[in-house]
Design a protein around this ligand. Structure first.
Ligand SMILES: CC(C)(COP(=O)(O)OP(=O)(O)OC[C@H]1O[C@@H](n2cnc3c(N)ncnc32)[C@H](O)[C@@H]1OP(=O)(O)O)[C@@H](O)C(=O)NCCC(=O)NCCS
Length: 201
């Protein structure tokens, strides 16, 4: 039986090593293909832990962490996330950014992902007046050679959570992939949801 608990501020710190471990394990798979290591995760996680308003949903089986899902006010994120919003003249202060959701495959399909969204939205409403939640997802061609045959995109899952895709609103991030020798640029498109009833931009 998996349970999901929410942590904010210093209470997140004991779970950051698990977050890093899960990011490296889960994002190694399609569609992220991320060839990460704990060393290159540490500065990102240290900044996350210090950010005012940040929160982390953690899925446990017993004492073992089997999934994590992060969020923070977009104004606390790096410019690599906020730049496309600023470029459109949008007030970054109106957006709460939902970071990764990573859940070990054995624990999927039991409602944990739905609970990750529910808890992050509740946190965003509790600690901010942000009008919108935003997350981004990597874009890959459907004919990519590493795409597994039965891969099901999460688009319908995200639509059911109330998010709307913005294909032309995207950021780029560089990471070393399992199929590359060096870091390569990846494009991630945003999805937005109103938290307050305000019309989407
Ligand atoms: C994204 C992720 C966390 C979703 O996790 P999940 O726990 O499998 O998702 P859920 O079980 O909450 O929901 C998935 C679907 O299964 C359904 N479901 C819920 N309980 C279920 C059950 N007992 N049996 C079968 N399906 C169930 C949900 O209703 C949902 O379907 P819906 O959208 O039609 O309502 C997980 O797929 C993952 O870690 N993916 C890899 C990393 C990734 O791509 N992350 C996203 C970008 S950061």
């Amino acid at each position: 039986m998996v349970r999901v608990e929410f942590f904010a501020g210093p209470a997140m710190v004991p779970h950051l090593a698990a977050l890093s471990r899960l990011r490296i394990a889960v994002f190694r798979e399609w569609p992220y293909l991320y060839d990460g290591s704990a060393d290159n995760e540490s500065s990102h996680l240290a900044a996350f832990a210090q950010a005012p308003g940040a929160g982390l949903a953690v899925a446990f089986e017993g004492e073992a962490v089997v999934g994590c899902s992060s969020c923070l006010p977009m104004a606390q994120e790096g410019d690599y996330i906020a730049a496309p919003f600023r470029a459109r003249g949008w007030d970054v202060g109106r957006f709460f950014y939902f970071g990764e959701s990573v859940l070990l495959p054995a624990y999927r399909g039991q409602g944990v992902g739905v609970e990750f969204f529910r808890q992050r939205e509740a946190h965003a409403r509790a600690v901010s007046a942000c009008d919108f939640a935003a997350f981004c997802a990597v874009q890959r061609p459907s004919e990519h050679p590493l795409r597994p045959g039965g891969a099901v995109p999460l688009d319908d899952f995200w639509r059911k959570r109330g998010f709307v895709p913005y294909q032309d609103l995207f950021c780029t991030m560089r990471w070393k992939q399992v199929d590359t020798d060096d870091k390569v640029e990846n494009r991630l498109a945003f999805w937005l949801k109103s938290l307050t009833g305000a019309a989407l931009p």
